[in-house]
Design a protein. Structure first.
Length: 394
């Protein structure tokens, strides 16, 4: 037990030498700061806080990291130094533009695999500890991990909630401002891999799944970063994201299946990578094309005001107003513009009553007392919100 605790402490220490730990927080901060600037420009206020791209991810990442670590330890799996270095390199390259589009494991793991196919041509120039052949078992573990991380990405998409998408304004084809939502998440998942050279000795014939003489092993924490980013303007963002996640879930299982088949026929590990990259890209393309074929969902309408977004902690959130619903009346007055909404709200400074048409077309009512110091417009973001501020900012 003492040797395990020593190796565990050494593994945690090595985690903080991995540049991905620091890159994760740097790129998330920059992306959050850029988003907040856009929110202030288009809506006149900050809607979500800094690092909101991480909201509701910690349970998923901790559970995933713990499960992966236990699985890796049970089977005695190890990753080659080049695999870890490749993941670091491609993760940084694919996120340097402050967008999370290419942070899917299908891309970071997939392109690392392709790059390492050429390792025989440059491995002799690397440090001695790296200058070892990549075993078939390591390729198998690597591609299986890729499929598992695709599943984690899919599960997070399926579990996306209303307050996890970011409203935006964009000029439509006719020059008018329309609303859209950006779904973006980034996750840090540290997991344990075995590392040749340590104090831990194999405790069974099958552990680790490959052996190098009488080699002893240590523990290495690997910080994997995964993420996604998609724009939705032709449908409800939650529904569209959930549907995408369901398709991605199927892709993840297919990738894992082909990867495991590589245990018997080596070429299937390469096939699993090709399926992952092409499949992920085709799903994203299909998602974009389907969204573009639909009419703009968050557009200005002649009757009522569609809710584009809700500022957290405001009266709109407290009364249960949902993104995509349409406000028909305020305090008994029909509204069809932001100005009309504001004027109707002022009819009663201490109380408001809303007539709302939900996504199914049914009318419901919401009412609430108003208190001094609360958001003067209930905290609702409309597709036509602060157009005059946009023009002023430009």
């Amino acid at each position: 037990m003492e040797t395990w605790l020593i190796e565990l402490a050494k593994g945690v220490g090595k985690l903080f030498f991995n540049p991905l730990i620091y890159w994760f927080f740097i790129v998330t901060f920059i992306a959050s700061f850029t988003r907040i600037k856009k929110e202030r420009k288009y809506f006149g206020t900050k809607i979500f806080t800094i690092f909101d791209e991480l909201r509701y991810t910690w349970k998923t990442t901790l559970l995933a990291g713990l499960s992966l670590s236990l699985g890796m330890l049970i089977i005695g799996a190890s990753l080659h130094y080049l695999m870890i270095a490749g993941l670091v390199l491609f993760t940084i390259l694919f996120s340097i533009g402050k967008r999370f589009t290419w942070l899917s494991a299908a891309y970071t793991f997939g392109f690392t695999y392709i790059a390492l196919l050429f390792s025989p041509y440059f491995i002799s120039y690397l440090p001695t500890s790296w200058n070892t052949e990549i075993k078939d078992s390591q390729w198998l573990i690597f591609t299986t991990l890729m499929g598992i991380f695709i599943l984690i990405e899919a599960i997070k998409m399926i579990r996306i909630q209303q307050d996890e998408t970011f409203p935006e304004l964009k000029k439509g084809s006719r020059g008018k401002w329309v609303g859209q939502h950006r779904v973006k998440k980034i996750m840090l998942i540290p997991f344990i891999s075995l590392l040749p050279a340590g104090l831990i000795t194999p405790f069974a014939d099958w552990w680790p799944i490959f052996s190098i003489g009488e080699t002893e092993f240590g523990l290495l924490f690997i910080p994997a970063i995964i993420g996604f980013e998609h724009v939705i303007r032709g449908s409800m963002p939650i529904k569209a994201t959930h549907k995408f996640g369901q398709s991605l879930l199927i892709l993840g299982f297919i990738v894992i299946g082909f990867s495991i088949a590589g245990y018997y026929i080596t070429i299937f590990t390469l096939i699993s990578v090709v399926i992952a990259i092409i499949g992920r890209e085709l799903l994203a393309l299909q998602f974009r094309l389907r969204d573009l074929r639909n009419p703009t969902y968050f557009a200005v309408e002649e009757t009522g005001l569609k809710v584009l977004g809700i500022i957290p902690g405001t009266p709109a959130e407290n009364i249960g107003l949902m993104i995509g619903e349409k406000i028909i009346k305020v305090n008994g007055q029909p509204v069809s513009s932001e100005q009309a909404f504001y004027e109707a709200l002022q009819l009663n400074s201490a109380y408001c009553k809303l007539d709302i048409r939900d996504e199914r077309g049914e009318i419901r009512f919401a009412q609430r007392a108003l208190y001094q110091g609360e958001h003067y417009e209930l905290g609702i973001i409309f597709p036509s919100e602060t157009t005059w501020k946009i023009e002023k900012a430009q």
